[in-house]
Design a protein around this ligand. Structure first.
Ligand SMILES: *[C@@H]1O[C@H](CO)[C@@H](O)[C@H](O)[C@H]1NC(C)=O
Ligand SMILES: *[C@@H]1O[C@H](CO)[C@@H](O)[C@H](O)[C@H]1NC(C)=O
Length: 272
């Protein structure tokens, strides 16, 4: 089983996001050339241009330095092959359907001692309805690191924590407390409507579909009036199934919920 490999020698990474950016970081200017992968002497400059049908395989003996933006079908790096991204002023955008690194292959952008200063983006492109065979483990769009592969991406240091800059009061926010309350007053299906641009909660309501069928109707009506494009967050607190009727279950299912159709008494709470 391939998944079991990740427990010992190999290191598997799957990025499901479509793109990311290593942005310019003015603070870390002093670097030691030897520590910077793009200064390695064996590298050959590589400028593959833009060809969405180009299946790149960087294998034995090939050590390439990407010096400009490029579009290719996909990239496989293996058998000691190396791809290094040049750290330069001009932005580099690499467009590819996927990148697979395994069996001694390496991909480097900067290093721990020489963080990438420039601007490098990887854009994973492609659509699910195109006839492309997914990798059985990684799927369609991925930067996959399988057994024996190395991925080194070092850029701007990001703050992974923050300070609270004001006091949190026990009363909580407008929508209620910070803490989970299991009481009759909070039972049922809780629906938040969120603005996708600002992330603010535009509307929140609770439907006690344990208590009455009327609440079920109200829930279905509410769901049907939310305009397209809004984000809906739906949670069940305590119990919400006793008087949850078909109309409400179907309204939720139509929106994409996989669990509401079968929501039962504390059997399982829907994740959506
Ligand atoms: C990096 O380059 C991309 C593509 O050229 C550009 O959209 C983006 O604004 C740049 N970011 C920075 C921080 O310079
Ligand atoms: C706390 O942070 C928020 C968001 O960044 C800011 O608007 C606010 O002014 C800050 N308050 C204090 C007391 O620093």
């Amino acid at each position: 089983m391939r998944a079991a490999h990740s427990l010992d020698v190999s290191f598997k990474v799957m990025l499901t996001v479509g793109w990311f950016v290593l942005a310019r970081f003015p603070g870390a200017a002093s670097t030691v050339a030897a520590e910077c992968p793009d200064q390695w002497p064996e590298l050959q400059p590589w400028n593959p241009g833009h060809d969405p049908d180009y299946y790149v395989h960087i294998g034995q003996g090939r050590t390439l330095l990407l010096i400009s933006s490029a579009t290719v079908h996909s990239i496989r790096i293996s058998e000691g092959g190396k791809l290094v991204i040049k750290d330069q002023d001009e932005a580099i955008v690499l467009r590819t359907r996927h990148i697979l690194i395994d069996n001694g292959g390496e991909l480097h952008a900067g290093s721990a001692l020489c963080p990438f200063q420039g601007n490098f983006s990887i854009i994973l492109y492609g659509r699910a309805d195109e006839d492309v065979q997914p990798d059985p483990y990684f799927g369609l769009k991925y930067i996959g690191v399988d057994r024996g592969g190395t991925l080194e991406l070092h850029g701007q240091k990001k703050l992974s924590w923050t300070f609270l800059n004001k006091t949190l009061h026990p009363g909580g926010m407008e929508e209620g407390g910070y803490f989970f309350e299991r009481s009759w007053g909070h039972r049922g299906v809780i629906v938040h409507v969120i603005d996708p641009k600002s992330g603010t909660v535009i509307h929140s309501d609770r439907f006690d579909t344990y208590r009455s069928k009327k609440e079920s109707e109200r829930l279905a009506q509410h769901l049907n009036t939310v305009p397209d494009g809004r984000i809906l967050s739906v949670a069940v607190n305590d119990e919400g199934s006793r008087n949850l009727d078909d109309v409400a279950r179907k309204a939720m299912t139509k929106l994409g919920s996989k669990h509401f159709l079968h929501l039962g008494f504390r059997r399982h709470h829907p994740q959506w």
